[in-house]
Design a protein around this ligand. Structure first.
Ligand SMILES: Cc1cc2nc3c(=O)[nH]c(=O)nc-3n(C[C@H](O)[C@H](O)[C@H](O)COP(=O)(O)OP(=O)(O)OC[C@H]3O[C@@H](n4cnc5c(N)ncnc54)[C@H](O)[C@@H]3O)c2cc1C
Length: 459
């Protein structure tokens, strides 16, 4: 075993959480080691956010081509060339990967390629080399989960990792799980011409969102020809001559070329020496306090490895929070309700703050809501999209939830995030003039309505 230097920070895992922590730590003058067994950038860059959004953009182009005559444009949709779609997607990933690698180098971070293991509360071993740190940050992320007895074979029963590397467009697919990942793949595949059925055990798609958004998404998915079975439990899957036969507990059977298992992601913590070093773990997730401190002094954990929202920007935020503490600053804990959440399907679903149901639990009758229909928004009509802005507010108090559905509404969430996190009142926002004709006007109009002075809406 070699290496005698003691570093300020040793980080295990180079995904969103780990590399953000490394970048901020180095910026604050700390001496950093970042250990990664796969590719710098982790799930988000290589198997998550970026490649899926490239596929969703290709899907948008396919829809625009197919529907071009609605806008008086003559174009013929001839089909999807999946290898070419993958070339485009991979080029985006490669460019970002190169940029990130260069950024890390430029900050003077020691990057170690290899599989690490926590061997002492202050040390991570990679092969025969031990990296000792005054602080250790665990950021080993997550991998796709399955259900008991459901084996992912990578051919006909696949995870999102496999779905991203398919070199053909299946004729039909069953998507098990109506959460963000399942909904996004269902949306892409439908645009690519696939017959898709989503199977979701809970009563709605995107069950964590405000019910109004889920219902609107379901209506629009139905119109797009995306089938779904809600409150439906998976029973079994068997291979057929051409694909799979998926059985539900209700007795219904669905045949398809593929089954995509999108039932969530589980933390990567087993066999890495965490518990042996005294780090408390619950169902595989590392337990932390609001400062991402584990049960062992000077060991922190961030990202999908801890039981907070599994989002890349949450990983960034937690990584930065940890770096600033280590550097002796006094950062504020993250308000997880104030984190923006976007599902990039067609239509998009976006929210920040709390749902109406959560607000009623928290504030009782002191809750008021407004729904502004995108039918009244000029730009949305130009785009031919349907949807809504739903606001949840405390009567005589701040806006506590901004919920959006419609094409491109993810981009409106930046304003929603400021409104929620700065605890704005309806009047504060209603008095701001929004540019016409933009979709952001819908945000202004919703606040005008909440303030009791609707403009392009019936009072
Ligand atoms: C299909 C899909 C779409 C997504 N879309 C979005 C989106 O649009 N927006 C969004 O915000 N989030 C999205 N996410 C979620 C996002 O990717 C994750 O929240 C984020 O990547 C978590 O970052 P992390 O650093 O915690 O973990 P990861 O990104 O998983 O990184 C962990 C890293 O640790 C490394 N590692 C693990 N064990 C070891 C070891 N022993 N030694 C060395 N290295 C190790 C791994 O190789 C990996 O690179 C998506 C996820 C998926 C799967």
């Amino acid at each position: 075993m070699s290496e005698s230097t003691v570093h300020d920070v040793v980080i295990l895992g180079g995904g969103s959480g780990g590399y953000a922590c490394a970048l901020r730590s180095a910026q604050l003058g700390l001496d950093v080691v970042l250990i990664e067994k796969g590719k710098l950038g982790g799930t988000c860059l290589h198997q998550g956010c970026i490649p899926t959004k490239a596929l969703l953009h290709a899907a948008e182009v396919a829809d625009a081509t197919r529907e071009s005559s609605q806008f008086g444009v003559k174009a013929t949709f001839e089909g999807i060339d999946m290898p070419a779609v993958n070339t485009y997607k991979d080029a985006v990933v490669t460019r970002l990967y190169k940029g990130l690698t260069g950024l890390l180098k430029s900050r003077g971070i020691t990057y170690v390629e290899g599989e690490g293991r926590l061997v002492r509360p202050d040390a991570v071993a990679v092969g025969d080399t031990v990296f000792t740190g005054r602080n250790v940050v665990l950021a080993t992320g997550s991998v796709p989960k399955s259900l008991p007895g459901l084996e992912i074979d990578g051919a006909r029963v696949i995870s999102s990792d496999h779905a991203l590397t398919l070199d053909y467009v299946p004729r039909s697919a069953v998507v098990l799980g109506g959460g963000v990942i399942g909904v996004e793949f269902a949306s892409v595949w439908r645009s690519f011409g696939v017959d898709v059925t989503i199977v979701e055990a809970l009563p709605h798609l995107l069950p964590a969102e405000d019910e109004a958004l889920s219902k609107q998404l379901e209506r629009q998915f139905r119109k797009r020809g995306i089938a779904y079975e809600l409150g439906a439990r998976f029973s079994s899957v068997e291979n057929t001559a051409t694909g799979v036969l998926v059985q539900l507990e209700s007795g219904k059977a669905i045949e398809a070329d593929l089954l995509l298992v999108a039932v969530g992601r589980g933390p990567v913590s087993a066999g890495l020496g965490y518990e042996e070093a005294g780090v408390a773990v619950d169902r595989g997730f590392v337990k932390v306090d609001e400062y991402c401190r584990t049960s062992v002094a000077n060991i922190y954990a961030v990202g999908d490895l801890i039981p907070t929202l599994q989002l890349a920007h949450v990983g960034f935020g937690e990584g930065i929070l940890v770096a600033e503490q280590i550097a002796g600053k006094s950062p504020r804990p993250i308000d997880y309700d104030g984190v923006p959440r976007v599902t990039y399907s067609e239509p998009e679903v976006a929210s920040v703050g709390i749902t109406e149901a959560a607000a009623r639990e928290r504030y009782g009758d002191a809750v008021t809501t407004v729904i502004y229909d995108l039918a009244g928004n000029g730009k949305s009509q130009i785009l031919k999209t349907a949807g809504m802005v739903k606001l949840v507010a405390v009567k005589g108090g701040p806006v506590v939830g901004v919920h959006l559905v419609g094409s491109r509404v993810g981009e409106l969430l930046a304003e929603g995030q400021l409104i929620y996190n700065w605890e704005a009142y309806a009047d504060d926002v209603a008095s701001l003039i929004h540019a016409h004709p933009t979709q952001s006007e819908a945000m202004g109009e919703a606040h005008l309505a909440l303030a009791g002075k609707p403009l392009h809406a019936h009072s």
